[in-house]
Ligand binder design. Structure first.
Ligand SMILES: [Zn+2]
Length: 335
């Protein structure tokens, strides 16, 4: 995956910070140890000297064999004395050696010229953070979702709003509990304020807890970012949004249909939805528009893709946000 220079710069800075912090901390401990125990520093020099003498002897080949053996022994005995001094000061090797975040690449980001997995993870994380920072991921939970705002009155023997919402809630809870890279796609439809965003965010929170890379955002935010990157003058700001929308492990697109429509945005959103279906990446879309209205706006292709590949949930009831506000006013009359 390709990232913008900005993402690479930020990642490199972070790798440097990790490496320097690990080295500085170790050096700091070592300096304090030598100050308290000067003979340890002397031992260290002698250890270094046996090592370099052994290396020189090795260059001379076979006749030096005996000498190398004795230097090795001397080295081991000095090491032991050094470790004993450390122990006497309640320290271990780990205290005076850099404790890198990644032991494999020692926080350099590369192993034999190949990018280390820690660096790849960091790049992805920064790109997610960049995207999610423009649409802050204020997470909701399943626990604070209340069914009491939905009417339990059944009309003409039909399911009450509360019963319908209980089914949707249970479905979402199960989806979140079992979320994995093979999970299906969800389409939440219904009027404003019925809990679509709340449940999407509750799912996002669970997926993030499991370590999945989640991109959450309003369709407006995505549209603005896509347009901006399309017209960006410098190559530096290219690419992050579109490639993240296409490749993130869970995409949650809120409020589809409220973004300003341009041919570019409409066709890009279609292509993101289509790409994710083809590559089998879980997506949750919520919209105040019905499927018919989405069809009018994005065309029959998108609507038919969504019918075929999304589980549709029709939210019902009366504006919960409004009721909550009213309730909180009644509950706390002095505020
Ligand atoms: Zn690494």
């Amino acid at each position: 995956m390709k990232y913008s220079t900005q993402v690479y710069n930020k990642a490199e800075k972070e790798m440097n910070r990790r490496r320097v912090t690990a080295q500085d901390t170790a050096q700091h401990h070592l300096d304090a140890f030598y100050a308290a125990c000067p003979e340890a520093q002397d031992l260290r020099w002698r250890i270094a000297s046996t090592a370099s003498r052994a290396a020189r002897a090795a260059l001379r080949g076979a006749p030096a064999h005996k000498m190398i053996e004795s230097l090795k022994e001397e080295n081991l005995s000095l090491q032991k004395q050094f470790n004993d001094l450390l122990a006497a000061h309640n320290l271990t090797r780990a205290d005076i050696e850099p404790q890198y975040t990644c032991k494999k690449c020692e926080d350099t980001g590369y192993i034999d010229g190949h990018m280390c997995s820690c660096y790849r993870t960091l790049l992805q994380q920064i790109a997610y953070e960049n995207l999610n920072s423009i649409s802050p991921l204020t997470l909701s939970s399943f626990e604070d979702f209340s069914l009491k705002y939905y009417s339990d009155v059944s009309v003409d023997g039909k399911r009450s709003d509360r019963e319908t919402m209980r089914i949707i809630f249970d479905y979402c809870r199960h989806y979140a509990d079992t979320f994995n890279s093979n999970s299906g796609n969800l389409f939440f439809t219904g009027a404003t304020g019925l809990g679509k965003t709340h449940l999407s965010l509750a799912i996002a929170a669970e997926a993030i807890k499991k370590g999945f890379g989640v991109v959450y955002g309003n369709a407006i935010t995505f549209a603005v970012a896509l347009e901006r990157e399309r017209f960006a003058q410098s190559e530096d700001s290219n690419g992050d949004t579109l490639s993240l929308l296409n490749t993130c492990e869970l995409l949650i697109m809120d409020d589809l249909g409220v973004e300003a429509s341009s041919n570019y945005v409409t066709s890009t959103i279609y292509s993101v939805i289509d790409t994710r279906i083809i590559t089998k990446k879980p997506t949750i879309i919520s919209s105040n528009l019905s499927l018919q209205e989405l069809e009018k706006r994005y065309g029959a292709r998108l609507a038919s893709r969504m019918v075929g590949f999304y589980d549709r949930m029709v939210f019902c009831g009366k504006d919960v946000r409004m009721q909550r506000k009213l309730n909180s006013r009644i509950d706390t009359p002095h505020s």
